[in-house]
Design a binder for this molecule. Structure first.
Ligand SMILES: [Zn+2]
Length: 385
């Protein structure tokens, strides 16, 4: 099975790479792809049925959460397609980018805000691209990750893109926004340069009222932190990648973490770092998931065995369960005692898998985890979305 996991990640997930970087995967294709991978993983021949011992959602979850780390094709597809949006922003002058810009509106129309509204003349491909690149349906993940690095402000929408932390000025100070006469202005149009000094030129519909005071104070503070650079262009930064540039791998990790936002299982996370053969790791993984064909597990899945075959194959005295087979069986007990005698250890055999591993504290202690997306320091990149 360890070899099959390796082959799925290196071959079965890689074969559709070209198509997935261009087209959004249909639900039917996704289902078929999973079926092929699942059949291969559990060693099923064409036309036969076998037990899938662990559900597919668990298998595609990260190893730290108890999965096998097999690629989630939907997250992978979205990560590959998101590169189009990044390249459309950074390669504006190329022919292919100018064609798409004139036809669909370029990178701005792939966003999730007002600019991201669908147009009835768009092709199916562009609509799919918009869906995968973080539209409303996809929780605007692209806009939540990317940060603006301010240059001359010519690209940045003042109310939608400027803000502090996770919220834009539009969300944070709606009363100030409503009072503005410059609601659709770019950052560069909100003031002017006098030599090398920037001066704000706000225009308001009415005087400030007492109930506006709190938001007005916050607005003034937010604006005071914005530093324009006269001779630099506005840039996007991808903070989840060390280089600051978009990468499919970092995006896949971020999307994967968002999807499988669960509690880290320290024991299941640790078994992958043991210096033992991969097939032994997989055996432990299946053991901890209670996913081996013991008699009790077969009965639970509706496979009825003759009474004589229901007993432990080693001692033939007790019903066969995994804890019995590995720990409490008289034959297994002799083997453990023999093994412990090498290290001059005297111990009592635990009754469950997890208790067995918890005899070794280093296996159950928490491991340092990756920084989650929500923990990114907003001050490092003061502009959002
Ligand atoms: Zn036994």
């Amino acid at each position: 099975m360890a070899r099959r996991v390796c082959l799925i990640n290196s071959v079965l997930s890689a074969i559709p790479l070209y198509y997935l970087s261009f087209l959004r995967m249909l639900a039917l294709v996704h289902k078929k792809l999973i079926a092929i991978q699942r059949r291969f993983l559990w060693g099923m021949d064409e036309g036969t049925k076998q037990i899938c011992w662990v559900k597919w959602e668990t298998i595609t979850s990260p190893k730290s959460l108890g999965g096998l780390g097999i690629k989630d094709m939907k997250c992978f597809n979205a990560s590959l397609l998101a590169k189009w949006r990044w390249n459309l922003f950074y390669q504006k002058d190329t022919l292919w980018s100018r064609i798409l810009d004139s036809k669909y509106g370029g990178h701005g129309s792939l966003g999730g805000g007002q600019r991201g509204r669908q147009h009835r003349f768009w092709s199916e491909w562009w609509r799919d691209l918009q869906k995968c690149c973080g539209s409303h349906e996809q929780s605007q993940w692209f806009d939540k990750i990317k940060r603006w690095k301010i240059g001359n402000g010519g690209e940045i929408n003042f109310w939608e893109d400027v803000g502090i932390g996770e919220e834009s000025l539009l969300q944070k100070v709606p009363r100030v926004y409503v009072n503005s006469k410059q609601q659709s202005y770019k950052l560069a149009d909100m003031g002017c340069w006098e030599g090398e000094d920037w001066h704000w030129q706000f225009q308001w519909r009415r005087n400030w009222l007492e109930r506006d005071q709190e938001q007005w104070t916050f607005f003034q503070h937010a604006v005071s932190t914005v530093a324009l650079q006269k001779h630099a262009k506005d840039r996007w930064v991808w903070p989840i990648d060390k280089s600051g540039c978009f990468s499919v791998s970092s995006t896949y990790k971020a999307l994967h973490d968002l999807k499988y936002n669960g509690q880290v299982d320290d024991l299941l996370a640790h078994i992958w770092h043991m210096k033992i053969p991969p097939k032994a790791v997989i055996l432990q993984w299946r053991l901890l998931h209670n996913a081996l064909p013991s008699v009790d597990n077969l009965l639970r899945r509706g496979i009825v065995l003759p009474p004589l075959d229901s007993m432990c194959v080693m001692c033939n005295e007790q019903p066969e369960t995994l804890p019995h087979f590995f720990f409490s069986c008289s034959i297994a007990d002799q083997l453990w005692k023999y093994y412990f005698s090498w290290a001059s250890i005297s111990t009592v055999q635990p009754q469950t898998m997890r208790l067995h591993y918890c005899q070794y504290p280093q296996l159950c202690s928490p491991r340092p985890s990756r920084t989650p997306l929500s923990a990114l320091d907003p001050d490092e990149y003061p502009l959002r979305p």
